[in-house]
Design a protein around this ligand. Sequence first.
Ligand code: NOJ
Length: 558
Amino acid sequence: MDTDVLTPHRPAVPAGDDPLWWRSAVIYQVYVRSFADGNGDGTGDLAGVRARLSYLKDLGVDAIWFNPWYPSPLADGGYDVEDYRDIHPQFGTLAEAEQLIEEALALGIRTIIDVVPNHISDQHPWFQAALAAGPGSPERERFWFHPGTGESGDGMPTDWVSSFQGDTWTRTTNADGTPGEWYLHLFTPEQPDLNWNHPDVRREHEDILRFWFDRGVAGVRIDSAALPVKDPALPPLGDGDHGPGDHPHLDRDELHDIYRAWRKVADEYEGTRVLVGEVWLDDAERFARYLRPDEMHTAFNFDFMTQPWSAAALRGSIQRTLAEHEPIGAPATWVLSNHDVTRPVTRYGRADSAFAFARKRFGTPTDLARGTRRARAAALLSAALPGSLYIYQGDELGLPEAELPREVIQDPMHFRSGGVDPGRDGCRVPLPWSGVRPPYGFGAADGVDTWLPQPADWAPLTAAAQSADPDSMLSLYREALRLRCDLDDLRGESLAWLELGADVLAFRRGDRTLSITNLGAVPVPLPAHRAVLLSSAAIEDAAGCGILPPDSTVWLTL
Ligand code: NOJ
């Protein structure tokens, strides 16, 4: 790949920079395609983001994490990268990205980009060269090409299971038209897995980090971070029962060398450049290994994100999280959703409010009023916890998961489930900004469809409508983030539990700030307090003592 690029403009780190900014930062996730459309073509872009930076400033975020913004055939929403050193032409140009990074920084907002080490696009020059060069070539060694099993080689080399359901190997065709080798893809066939035992792969990714750190990027989110290393013997998955580090393609010990090398690159730069891992692992001890002081800074807390609306489940997750992070000195992260999962307003409005991939179905009954109440309460609960906080675009507007007609769905997860799973497009619908009908100020020109259709009933959910309403989800988020920034108690790292009943999550932050969430069916009397700072629902007054209704959170000053 061509590394001979122009010397980038180097934006300065913000004045008065705090090297520990990431420990308690509020990070807003921008799915560029659906945030705001600056050129009217129905797809979000960098011009759209630049025009809305003041919205993010007003919301009170410290950083933006951008989903992949690189040139890509978009077979998996951009997680099939064709060129890491440029911007998707639908989104803008590299020069615009540089401007955006700088403009955001001028507002005190850092930029985190997405890096996808496990795989690249099948249109990437490396993979195209590997296909052209044929079996046994050095070009193929950067991937996992392998002969098939059986006499005619028509059996897949392993029984490994795709994260997207379906096969993990695709057979190639030789130059003479005969069936050729197979290549590994833990996701779609358009996303061939890289071979991390190959020095080119390691060198290339370290160069990519430098390319973006040189442009002022403050961190990288590492996609599928527990997957890149494979056992080169390609052993069978078998019964799936593997000891720690013994799985053929998940959480292998060799991964830690890679992230130690990345940390060294990040630490070469001024200001703290952070590594944030997308690490899906059930084993807390194995998860924590990625956060050792010379590896990643933080990793997404999916344990918390997937819990049902239950006091016992959420308390268990919070306690586990804090206990696993404490010995390594890493801050926890708090995540309610992202571009892969069901929106909280919808999830919490369902009988089964836990999240699990492959369990999503069309037409699941949902009580959106209840889901919204709970999502408001969850927003305050998560914002009160010590560590960094992630907000997925549109959650601050209380958007529900859109039920899209099958014919507009683009997500490969839908197709690879045989059309049973609606996939992830329902949380990727373009944001409503203003107005009373689609495209709700998103920016698509007259007569141009947005890349996914917006529901007809989103007028009350636009940012403009909610800005004018002090009781809206947006106003709640703004106020919560303002207090989180202003109050020393909420910025600190201490948390002490209070016992207010089995269905109540109550904890003190610092000396004087209490957060109480009522997950039960009956109202809960508030303990003695000096003032109500913020609440997700109206606090009733009964005999001089406030009453916290079901499905709500309150922050109190003692
Ligand atoms: C995790 C990303 O969040 C998801 O959107 C993507 O499909 C997979 N990794 C594969 O890159």
